[in-house]
Design a protein. Structure first.
Length: 155
């Protein structure tokens, strides 16, 4: 595994994202990180394809990405931001849990062929908890937004 504290080189591909987050297929919802200002904000991309397993049942004949997965994508972007923002001990694993979601709004549906752009900003941090504001965009239009509280647990 590469050092998560290594110099920030953008864009960050899915292989490096998998080094920073514990999520794996089919639940790793980020394909690329295109911008990052450690401790402040991150921008990440998710390419939505018809091959996503959730489209089989949501909904047959009218595939729509579940809103809860859009929020999860924003939370994963927040996790990447947190991992890139402070030094970590490579011998200890830190997992960030989504502990609260507030003011979630869904403005448009997301369908196969869309590219989601997650923009997440860290609002504040206290010990092992951080508050984030996230927005998800498709073609420049806000499709979802939420405030999230995440907690880090180191083992």
């Amino acid at each position: 595994m590469n050092n998560p504290n290594a110099a920030l080189e953008l864009p960050i591909g899915v292989e490096r994202i998998a080094e920073l987050l514990p999520h794996r297929y089919p639940f790793l919802l980020l394909d690329r990180v295109t911008a990052c200002e450690p401790g402040v904000r991150v921008t990440a991309i998710k390419n939505v394809t018809i091959n996503e397993p959730f489209f089989q049942g949501h909904f047959p004949g009218h595939p729509v990405m579940p809103g809860v997965l859009i929020v999860e994508g924003m939370a994963q972007a927040a996790g990447v931001l947190t991992m890139l923002s402070s030094p970590r001990d490579p011998n200890r694993t830190t997992v960030f849990y989504l502990v609260r979601v507030d003011k979630a709004r869904f403005n448009h549906i997301v369908v196969p062929g869309d590219q989601l752009r997650f923009e997440v900003e860290q609002k504040r941090a206290l010990r092992n908890m951080s508050q984030f504001q996230g927005c998800a965009y498709v073609d420049g239009a806000v499709v979802a937004e939420a405030e999230m509280l995440c907690a880090g647990v180191t083992g």
